[in-house]
Ligand binder design. Sequence first.
Ligand code: NAD
Length: 381
Amino acid sequence: MAKKVKCGVIGLGLMGASGHVYNLTQIPDAEVVAICDINPEHLESARQYVGPECKLYLDADKLIEDPDVEAVVISTPNHLHRPQAEKAFACGKHVFTEKPMAPTIEDCLAMMQAAEKAGKILEVGLLCRYNPQFHKFVEIIQSGAIGNLQMMFCKEFRAPFQNLLIQYAHTLRTKSRQFADSAEAAKAAQEARTEVSLEEQKAWWRMREISGGALVEKNCHHFDIFNWMLGDSVRAVRVFATGGKNVHKEFEIIDHAWVTVDYENGVKGCLGLCFFAPWGEEVEWWAIGDKGKCECHLHKEEIHLITSRDHREIIKVKFPEPKEPGHRGSRVELEEFIRCIQTGSKPYADGTIGLRSVEIPIAAERSIKLGRPVEISELYA
Ligand SMILES: NC(=O)c1ccc[n+]([C@@H]2O[C@H](COP(=O)([O-])OP(=O)(O)OC[C@H]3O[C@@H](n4cnc5c(N)ncnc54)[C@H](O)[C@@H]3O)[C@@H](O)[C@H]2O)c1
């Protein structure tokens, strides 16, 4: 039996503690030997998931330098992914970093180079790549069932980030299995406030430079799926976006956008983002080919294949039990990270996929600012 991979987790917030730390404790081949957060309360709260022998750090450098830590899981705000990953590679550690890989192309390239130089695994937390629903969706598109793919569409109309619990309540009401059942989360959802406090306005994800902007922070997942629908071999060439702040004027980031993407093979993509819907409505992807249409209804856990006016096939997606907590794919992506470390194989969501997933939203943010189409090549100039 392969020996357990000793992991250290940095950033014990929403995603890091009940997500990564907990999930790692459920993976037989992983062991959480150290956890870190600059916030002592978050560090203390994450202790519930780990054993008494797990080391606690307030300084990420100390965790990275700890010789017991073989693999570092980074779940800090986006602008910290690059420096923490570079440091980890320099210390000879493997790295799993949350999405978005980083807020700039330059950061992503530097991370890939550092991984290459160290000869270590770099995986990016694009968890949709590990979700069976998207695998089925992409498989149908690539099987030719809708002919040649011509147009892609995605909509995410939701409440602002702080209303996640309200969205969670909505998914409970609609009996969606998007989030794991939890009495604690259900209670918190009922008590969640809808107004945006001053503290929340100053949260890192609202800071453009730190997060990369709303489209980078939120929609790298969605643009990643566009890339995947095209088999990851077709590059986006041009992005034209329009967006701004119409409702949440106090935010630094935009609260709505339409983004159109031209791909090198003539396929067109379009994404709509709205942060002032009453709550998270269903996120949908459409693929339109020259012989049919395929729709991915995320929260309904359904895929619809439409090949004529009278033919709509509804495919219910089967998920493995037990249900993962939080977003689907979050445990599977870590299982793959551990397996890749043990076998030396390349993770599915590697540095290149991570980089491509931020190209389009970075170009879109720039397009909104400049009021003109932005060529992807400009990002590398
Ligand atoms: N894959 C997904 O679907 C998904 C979902 C949510 C968040 N995320 C990503 O996960 C990352 C974390 O997001 P979150 O929602 O958990 O944010 P969060 O604010 O809840 O947590 C971030 C944590 O990092 C800590 N931190 C900040 N600076 C630090 C430092 N220098 N050293 C150590 N700890 C530090 C903070 O104290 C906080 O506890 C982000 O990159 C975000 O984009 C991914």
